[in-house]
Design a protein around this ligand. Structure first.
Ligand SMILES: Nc1ncnc2c1ncn2[C@@H]1O[C@H](COP(=O)(O)OP(=O)(O)O)[C@@H](O)[C@H]1O
Ligand SMILES: [Mg+2]
Length: 292
């Protein structure tokens, strides 16, 4: 199937700097959740600005549904109605004096009727769990609430692809967990999600696919289970496996759970591998002890 969005050998340098993107190629498949994983400065934000046409590559091409990107005003409007970008800092994205007004900005720009705009805004606020904030001033909200407003603004455009730059940065644990749940729901509704992060646990809990970034290019792209459980590959991207994967590997090495198989996505999945019969471990039925 033709990827909904792809980047081919992009090169881009900010004025007077060495290239931020260096022969970068990436494929975004429709209906999947892709994590762009890499350390700070790897070029993640710069890539996102190329994926909605905000920056134009100095070399290479971006394809939207197989077609060479069109940077005319009309082309960009069409592109951005299909591919919405949520910036890392919601203060860079939120301008209006009420939440509802802010979220209506995108659909109004798409030239939709007032009735359609109204229902788009209502649905987006509901999807993000912030319908009760509609009349509030966005600037007085918490970081997590602002982030939801910014995402609602993108969701209201009903894009095919939602690009989220570091979606959980600056959120506390509870805020991050709530956001992950909302993103899961958007994914279940068929929206293609691409998010950047340096948080391997976020990629592990949310991504179907992972692209590993380093120094402005993609080291490797593939299924999350494969990419996130390969310590050598992760090390090349300046990352290390999550604690969960390390415990899983150690348990395999000690014969406490089967070798091979799918990477557990969370603690419950790992516990199920360690204790497949599902018997509760109340002390009467201890896990087998490791060989001394
Ligand atoms: N507006 C800018 N002007 C000049 N250099 C920039 C600008 N934005 C980013 N860079 C540089 O480009 C490189 C990639 O940055 P960025 O895309 O922000 O990476 P990431 O999002 O992975 O942290 C870094 O070396 C960064 O310092
Ligand atoms: Mg960034």
């Amino acid at each position: 199937m033709t990827p909904i969005l792809s980047a081919h050998q992009l090169v881009f340098a900010y004025a007077g700097e060495s290239p931020a993107l260096n022969d970068l190629s990436l494929t975004i498949s429709s209906g999947r959740k892709l994590a762009i994983l890499g350390p700070n400065g790897a070029g993640k934000s710069t890539l996102f600005l190329h994926l909605n046409g905000s920056l134009r590559p100095q070399r290479g091409t971006v394809l939207l549904a197989g077609q060479t990107a069109d940077y005319s005003r009309r082309g960009l409007n069409h592109w951005r109605s299909r591919v919405a970008l949520v910036l890392q800092d919601p203060d860079d994205q939120i301008f209006a004096t009420s939440v509802a007004e802010d979220v209506s900005f995108g659909p109004l720009n798409q030239g939709l009727s007032p009735a359609t705009v109204g229902s788009r805004v209502e649905n987006a606020l509901k999807a993000m769990g912030i319908a009760d904030l509609a009349m509030r001033s966005p600037h007085l909200l918490s970081g997590g609430q602002k982030k939801r407003v910014a995402i609602a603004g993108a969701v209201a455009m009903e894009p095919e692809v939602l690009l989220l730059d570091e979606p959980t940065a600056g959120l506390d644990r509870e805020g991050a967990d709530q956001l992950i749940a909302v993103l899961q729901q958007l994914g279940q509704r068929g929206m293609t999600l691409v998010f950047s992060t340096h948080d391997i646990e976020l990629a592990q809990s949310l991504a179907d696919d992972v692209a590993l970034f380093r120094d402005g290019s993609v080291l490797a792209q593939g299924r999350a289970e494969v990419m996130l459980s390969d310590p050598d590959l992760l090390a090349r991207a300046g990352l290390r496996p999550s604690v969960l994967v390390e415990v899983w590997r150690a348990a395999q090495a000690r014969g406490l759970c089967p070798t091979g198989g799918e990477m557990p996505r969370n603690a419950d999945a790992l516990l199920a591998l360690l204790n497949p019969s599902g018997t509760s471990n109340d002390g009467s039925n201890p896990l087998p002890a490791a060989q001394a």
